[in-house]
Write a protein that binds this ligand. Sequence first.
Ligand code: AP5
Ligand code: MG
Length: 219
Amino acid sequence: MILVLLGPPGAGKGTQCKRIIEKYELVHLSSGDLLRSQRAAGTELGKKAQEYMDSGQLVPDRVIIDMMAGAIASAGGNCVLDGFPRTVVQAQELDKELTGKGQKIDAVVNLVVDDAVVEGRMTGRRSCPACGAVYHIDTLKPKAEGFCDKCPKQELVQRPDDKPEVVKQRLVTYHQQTSAVVGYYSKSGQKVLDINADGPIDDITAEIFAKLDSLAAAG
Ligand code: AP5
Ligand code: MG
């Protein structure tokens, strides 16, 4: 099964993906996480991506498409795509790539939430640099303030692109370049499952599971 999870920055894509992969036994492929690993490893790709990411711009399509095509192939066609595709060009290239391999997207899940809500989520987000676990200073606190629950003595950090001014630019980038991807999928006849992503994390998960299960039951 191949799922695409769309939504603005801070919509909760990563948070919901962690739950989706457990229930449906999928590999989580987050383009942002893959880019951050490349940066941490100091690769050429990571160096190329850094400036774009830290200023809230998109990394060039070709770089992303090549990186994600490799990751999807490694996942053997059983994955949830988080943060990709993020432009219509990326969506078209993904379609070509999958068609060439006799694969297809099974569902597109679209997290719908206002900018004002996601701004607060991003500026309050803290992550563990060791295991990638994500917390929030108000809504998802770790047991010991500032430290990861799973990695003892590991201090949580703020992502460089979660500074308020970069968050604002990421939202502008989303509305200018990424929101059109939803329309692309609707027009191409792909089933798009709109989810109200303004509410408790568990309620959002329940709505995603219910819609995916009824889509599967409908065949
Ligand atoms: P990426 O890492 O993909 O960032 P993003 O899309 O901006 O999304 P986020 O990871 O910030 O948010 P999320 O939706 O995963 O929310 P989360 O679950 O963490 O991309 C980063 C950069 O990489 C881009 O700006 C770009 O430069 C580059 N890039 C990546 N992909 C690319 C592509 N395809 N093309 C070109 N460039 C690309 O939740 C956020 C916070 O809210 C957390 O603290 C969480 O605990 C909290 N939270 C979650 N849900 C709720 C809830 N329901 N209620 C309250 N709090 C909640
Ligand atoms: Mg994320």
